[in-house]
Ligand binder design. Structure first.
Ligand SMILES: Nc1ncnc2c1ncn2[C@@H]1O[C@H](COP(=O)(O)OP(=O)(O)OP(=O)(O)O)[C@@H](O)[C@H]1O
Length: 311
C-alpha cells in the first residue's frame, strides 16, 4: 500500500507537489494521471526515498521508505528505464542488483522469464530498443518480488505488443493482491488497465475516483444521436427525464446526460418509433482534458492544451 500524505515538494520557487494526498491500495491498479510537469515523477521519487519532502510524506506499507526493513521486497520501482550502465548485459545488470540487495541469483532468471527478456539477456543494454529497455526496467523492479509496484510512464514509447504486455503484467500483479501505481500523462493508456485514477495538475489533486465516476462527470457518457418520426414528442419526453436535448436537423436529436439505452427506453415509453440511434464514446478523454485544462503548462494560441507538449 502507498499512502501519500499531504505531500509538498518545492525546488526553489517551483512547487512540484502541493499538499497532495491519496492512497494506492492492494489488489488494484491505481492510475496516476496528469499533464507534463504535474508532479507525478516527483511524488514517485519521494516514495522511493530519492527526494526529501518539503512537507508531508509518503508511506509504503505504513513506513517511510528509508525505514523499511527490506525495501526492494516491499516496493519495486521503475522510475527511469535508461538509468542502466549501457555497457552491461541485461543479465549482468540484474545480477549486480540482486547481489546488492541479497536476492538469490535464481530470481534473476525468473524475472528475465517474466519480462520476456530470455533472447536478449546476454546483449549489452546500449543495443536495446526503448521497449526492451522498459522491460529491463520492469524486470529490475520485480527482482525483490515486491508487494507494491511503482511504474513511472511504463507504456511510454512501447509498441502495441509492449503495451498489451504491460497491461497484462500489471493486471496479474494486482490480481495477486499487490499494489500497483502506474503513471501516465495520457488517459487512454490507463483507461483499459486502471481500477481507479488519481488525477493531478500543478502538483495538486484534481480527482481520486473510478473511471466510471470520471466519465459520468462529463455528462453521462457522451453524446447520443437519435432520429425518429416524432422528434418533438421524443425531445419533450427526454427533457422531462432530465436529459439535455439539441436539434440535430433531419428529424434527429443530439442528447446528452443519458445513455443510448436510456434514450431507447424513453422512446419506447413515449411510443415513438426510432429510425436511428448512435452513441459516441471517448468521453473519458474529454473528462480528463476538462479536468486538467487549467493545469496544462503548454497551450496553443487558441487556448487549448497542446497534445503531447513537453516541458
Ligand atoms: N530537480 C528538480 N529541480 C527543479 N525543478 C524540478 C525538479 N524536478 C522536477 N521539477 C519541476 O517540478 C514540476 C513537476 O515535475 P515532475 O517531473 O514531477 O512532473 P511529472 O508529472 O512527472 O511530469 P512528466 O510527465 O513531464 O514527467 C515541474 O515543473 C518540474 O519542472
Amino acid at each position: 500500500m502507498i499512502e501519500v500524505q499531504a505531500l509538498t515538494k518545492r525546488y526553489g520557487t517551483t512547487t512540484a507537489v502541493d499538499g497532495l494526498s491519496f492512497t494506492a491500495r492492494p489488489g488494484a491498479v491505481t492510475g496516476f494521471l496528469g499533464p507534463n510537469g504535474a508532479g507525478k515523477s516527483t511524488t514517485m521519487r519521494v516514495a522511493v526515498g530519492l527526494e526529501r519532502p518539503t512537507a508531508g510524506g509518503v508511506l509504503v506499507d505504513g513506513h517511510r521508505y528509508a525505514d523499511l526493513a527490506a525495501p526492494v521486497r516491499s516496493l519495486g520501482a521503475m522510475l527511469d528505464a535508461r538509468a542502466v550502465h549501457p555497457g552491461l548485459t541485461a543479465r549482468r545488470h540484474l545480477r549486480a542488483l540482486a547481489r546488492t540487495h541479497g536476492i538469490p541469483r535464481a530470481r534473476v532468471d525468473e524475472v528475465v522469464g517474466l519480462t520476456g527478456l530470455e533472447d536478449v539477456a546476454g546483449r549489452r543494454v546500449r543495443t536495446f530498443s526503448l521497449g526492451t529497455g522498459q522491460r529491463l526496467g520492469i524486470a529490475a523492479a520485480l527482482l525483490g518480488d515486491p508487494a507494491t509496484l511503482l511504474l513511472d510512464e511504463p507504456i511510454n514509447g512501447l509498441d502495441a505488443d509492449g503495451v498489451l504486455w504491460v497491461r497484462g503484467l500489471v493486471r496479474r500483479m494486482a490480481a495477486e493482491g499487490r499494489t500497483v501505481l502506474l503513471s501516465s500523462h495520457l488517459m487512454h493508456e490507463l483507461a483499459l488497465v486502471a481500477d481507479r485514477v488519481v488525477v493531478v495538475g500543478r502538483g495538486r489533486l484534481l480527482a481520486d475516483t473510478t473511471l466510471d465516476e470520471l466519465m459520468s462527470r462529463s455528462g453521462g457518457g457522451g453524446l447520443v444521436t437519435v432520429r425518429s418520426s416524432a422528434p418533438s414528442v421524443l425531445a419533450a419526453a427526454l427533457l422531462s427525464g432530465g436529459a439535455q436535448v439539441d436539434d440535430g436537423g433531419d428529424g434527429s436529436l443530439h442528447v446528452r446526460g443519458v445513455t443510448g439505452e436510456e434514450v431507447g427506453a424513453v422512446a419506447a415509453h413515449a411510443g415513438v418509433p426510432l429510425l436511428e440511434l448512435a452513441t459516441r464514446a471517448g468521453s473519458l478523454e474529454q473528462a480528463y482534458l476538462t479536468l486538467t485544462a487549467d493545469a496544462v503548462e503548454h497551450r496553443s494560441s487558441n487556448g487549448r492544451p497542446v497534445a503531447g507538449a513537453t516541458r
